[in-house]
Ligand binder design. Sequence first.
Ligand SMILES: Nc1ncnc2c1ncn2[C@@H]1O[C@H](COP(=O)(O)OP(=O)(O)OP(=O)(O)O)[C@@H](O)[C@H]1O
Ligand SMILES: [Mg+2]
Length: 860
Amino acid sequence: MKMTELLRYDIPPEIIRLWQESESDRLLPVQELAIKRHNLFGRGNLLIQAPTSSGKTFVGEMAAIQTALRRKKVVYLVPLKALAEEKYEDFKNKYSSYGLKVIVSTRDHKHFDGDLESGNFSIALVVYEKLSQLLVRRPEKFKEIELIVADELELLSDPERGPSVEILLTGILQSGCRTIGMSAVLGEANKLANWMGAEAVQFDRRPLELRYGVLNDGIFRYRTYNEYSEGEEKLASTCPDASAWEILMENTGVFAAQDEPCLIFVKTKHESRKGAELLAEHVSLSAAEHAIEKLRDLGDTHSRDKLLATLNNGVAFHNADLSPEERIIVEEGFRSGEIKVMVSTSTLAIGMNMPAHNVFITTEKWQYDKRFCMPWKAPILRSEYENMGGRAGRYGSRMRFGRSILIAPTQFDHEALWRRYVEGKRESIEPQLGKVPLEDHVLRLVASRVCDTDESLQLFLEETLTGRWIWRETISFEEMEFRVRASINKAVDAGMLARKSDKQIKTTPFGQAVASRGISIATAKELAAWIRESETRYWTALDLLLAVALTPDARGPYLSLTTREYEHADYPGQLKRRTIDENISANVPINRIRNCDFAPFFEEIRAIKAALLMSEWIDEGDVYELEKKYMVFSGQILATANQLAWLIDATAAIAAAFGAQDVFIKELSRYAEKVAKGLSEELLPVSRLDPPKIDRNTLLALKAHNLHTDSALANAKESKIAALTDKKTARLLISWAKTLQTNEEITPDKKSGEFQAALLIDDRHPGQIILDGQAVQLQEKQYLMLKTLAQSPGECVPYDQIYTEVWGDSIVESNQLHFQKRKILERISTQLPGRQKLIRTIPKRGFVLELPVDEVMLGV
Ligand SMILES: Nc1ncnc2c1ncn2[C@@H]1O[C@H](COP(=O)(O)OP(=O)(O)OP(=O)(O)O)[C@@H](O)[C@H]1O
Ligand SMILES: [Mg+2]
């Protein structure tokens, strides 16, 4: 089918021209099938099952664009943030000029969250879990979405993520929103289509042939994907007792020399790095100059050093230890062809367009069982094998066919691999909802107002995939009723759901906060306990970080901890030493851990490591140093920051639901931001600018040159700032600072030198004071306290008076006053170290502002 035929379906000519340029003049067979036989541009649900690289994603794209051009909203769901980012860049570049607003939303990319929640978009690229959270917060948004494209639907079988995806999809289907699901690796697609009320679009040929098979003793025995014929190819031979790595090195060397790019999937990050180093030594390829040049522009990291070394020989590795920028550079290098060999963990296995000629696959993987906090080794699934192999022979690349190769060092391995993977059948979707506690899902369903009684919950759950395929066959109506009631009771007991007299169930504010942040009930209980102990006491960053790092939702292998580290790194000792002077009497994790004489468990030590690492991260620790000190790579630091920032943000939401004081909630929210960005408070205002979005290293450099506050930036020379960033950023920074300064009605007149008062407080700027000519931002209570003291400089202001002025009639604990005083001084001394003693305590009486009367000016 010619692309121009799309005119008949009301696709504007200019969009058709765009697609002709980006894809080709013709539609691929699965695309034609979806349009002509299954009414892609119509209304009904579709489930597309077609091989890797057959053009499914472009089917979703066409439907999305056609819907968005009708001014209807589309949500495009993907399983990984890398895929969301890739599609976002592509869609934005292609369609923004046609008036379509494209946004992306992942846990890392929050810039458009407001737009997503308010429905201000044409197409939103969203990771599945993120949409679940949105729908808890704004359930009415379902009605505004016309089309949901759900890519890589095999995610339903994922033990960790599958249950939430299943609930989300059930809700989407019940809302009547049009759904187009896609996957390359679904067994029994008709069965899933039936559940979705969708037409199954099935097609079984790849545009480019794929030879998939096993390499043993120098012979690659394969089957062809399209022809389904068998054949043999002589590849590089090795000595009879060669190991899998030797065979791999030999063959990669030959392929790469023939200009055939190779992608090698391994099971661990360590293996990917080591493997790339080995291969770089073995193959002689030219250096990947562009990638090297771009990497040199990034900040120092250990992963970058290692990458630079392997890239010198045209080899790269790809795993979650790399920072997002590093990952993008190696992906681009591989796409452009200058990187010929890439060793990767499964991060590249799904959906990514990688022009590999040959893919080598290791058939083992590590899985992490959250319930027992234990990793275990398992064989990869047939569907994972197919997805990985599908990165070879992508349509649009120069090759005639691709190879997906399993290495068998022995004849026995050969037979076993052939039977399991080459002859094996794709697994059918295996729904996972029945294997997890139901209460978390019950809470989310009530919070998103999808269900509000026992009956409606039961009805909904019976309509899920698990309900239809498993519960209906295996458990009675009464048993189901019992399970639902028990789950509700657990959530009621935790204070998150409440039963109303008329059989209705509703969420409490606590439950609503928990559901909207997507955390589990188990984690929420621990956070709530910490909040209750901490609202009115002085606590430190480490205290908070450890509390969140120890929760069940913080568990996971994103931060490594080796057995050697577990035994020798003495993280608990470091924690004890760091807190030795602190008098903490509250019943909080930091106290429990530091007073415990037994060796903590493995997961507890990982949490202590995470908390220590993050406390240095927000103290603006240098990434290179942190990597060395904590034996991690930058990607792990970012992943930990992400995970803990999410949990701190949830803590703030729970605190707000409990009606905690504003200062406390805001403090928590700022910590969430500081952890996410790895910055101290001072840098937060300038870090929020977008554009220019300034990376952490540049922000730290600005601070090192004292060019990070609005007052400093407004008065700095453009060239001085540009030396640390670039001209455009410098200009934007100056104009931002000047705008702030212009709005600043009480900016001291520095030019005339007439400014006398050391301290200026003006109610027209309640969040800010001017001290020694510098603007210092303060929280509301801190501002009020300083203002109270400033009314009688040099005199002791009694505690009672301060309480009344600052907190009015609210009852607060006595240490709040000292806590706020300490915060004011901390805040001030970061900018003005000489003012550390601005407020003096008169024991049992009150505070004194240590300034002469004539140096204090109070505005109107
Ligand atoms: N009509 C077309 N003409 C030329 N190239 C196309 C066409 N449609 C898609 N392609 C290209 O083919 C490649 C594979 O397409 P796509 O990513 O849509 O496959 P897929 O079926 O989604 O694969 P996977 O299962 O791996 O996600 C892409 O590079 C895409 O740009
Ligand atoms: Mg795809």
